[in-house]
Ligand binder design. Sequence first.
Ligand SMILES: NC(=O)c1ccc[n+]([C@@H]2O[C@H](COP(=O)([O-])OP(=O)(O)OC[C@H]3O[C@@H](n4cnc5c(N)ncnc54)[C@H](OP(=O)(O)O)[C@@H]3O)[C@@H](O)[C@H]2O)c1
Length: 348
Amino acid sequence: MASLQVTSRRVYRRTDNHTPGAPKVELFTEALPPIAPDAVVIKVYAVSLNYRDANIANGGNPWPVTSHGIPCSDAAGEVVAVGKMVKGLVLGDRVAPILDTKNITGRESTRSWLAADEDGVLADYLVFEEEKVCKLPVNLSWAGASIIPCAGVTAWMALKGVGIGKTVLIQGTGGVSMIALKLARAAGLRVILSSSSDKKLEKISASFSTPPLSMVNYAKNPAWEEDVLRLTTGMGVDLVIENGGTESLVKSMKCTRRGGIISQVGYLGRQDPQELAEFLPLLIDRRVTLRGINVGSKHDMEDLCAALSATQLDFSDIIDSVYSFDKAEEAIEYIWQGKQVGKIVIRL
Ligand SMILES: NC(=O)c1ccc[n+]([C@@H]2O[C@H](COP(=O)([O-])OP(=O)(O)OC[C@H]3O[C@@H](n4cnc5c(N)ncnc54)[C@H](OP(=O)(O)O)[C@@H]3O)[C@@H](O)[C@H]2O)c1
């Protein structure tokens, strides 16, 4: 181990007080975790937030969560110390921990999620085994790189299976959706973007004006799937990035072309199984492939990073706002209220 002066770290932990208005995180100074011979120490420069972080902090997560754990899963930083058995990383490498630390190849049967099954990354220093860390593209800013592990890999996996010239419906203007928009544009896909807000749609269409975006307001028109069909001359889209869940799934199937793909990413709408009455007949009639997305493996993240390096994509235009480390509470509340267009980042 190269000598490291740092022995303690600043770290946020969840309060687990789910009362509206009560603080959701608290700042501590703690000893740096033990550094195993196959581990690296990462100095964190940016942490990005996901809806999941606000949901867990407010007690809404449907999966188990350790009590008073460290929140957040997406960090970007620099390797500042390496254990003596570390082979693939060196001091100065730009890296991020992977979100599911058991998911290296995609074939593992177990899981361990940051900020749920184990501590997350909202701290100024992290210690991770080398195997659980992925190198980041060098062209991205720290803020841009921090959006890769969860939202980035999810968008990447959700877009698989369609190529240049195909049409994708992206639902909502949150983090996953805006990264999907960037990746879809880079891959030569036509994008139809839906939102509950004309204001958000106007803002995004101004930033993504060439070629013009097709847009649908799902809140104004409850039969928004008909708008999507009109925009695709009655055929339907090749792929949907589904964020609503049971509230929108059947409608999404109605505006997907025969043989198309639906990537089920989110469950942001009202979840009522009665909404699924038409599910099976539609699945068969439209020969739709319904695909569950659950972020991705380390190998998937490496593929995404290779694509980002090759395209030199820049994410600065989809970062809604940047908060300082001492404003973590406000950042979590902001995303909980759904005010953002794109990503929220905490800078360290
Ligand atoms: N499966 C996975 O691997 C995976 C990974 C990451 C996230 N997720 C899930 O994906 C969803 C989005 O995550 P995120 O981090 O991008 O969230 P986010 O940044 O908080 O974005 C949420 C946005 O989705 C839109 N939305 C809200 N309700 C909707 C509905 N009923 N139908 C369609 N769109 C709706 C809203 O956009 P407008 O205001 O423009 O309408 C909202 O701003 C969440 O459910 C999250 O838990 C899943």
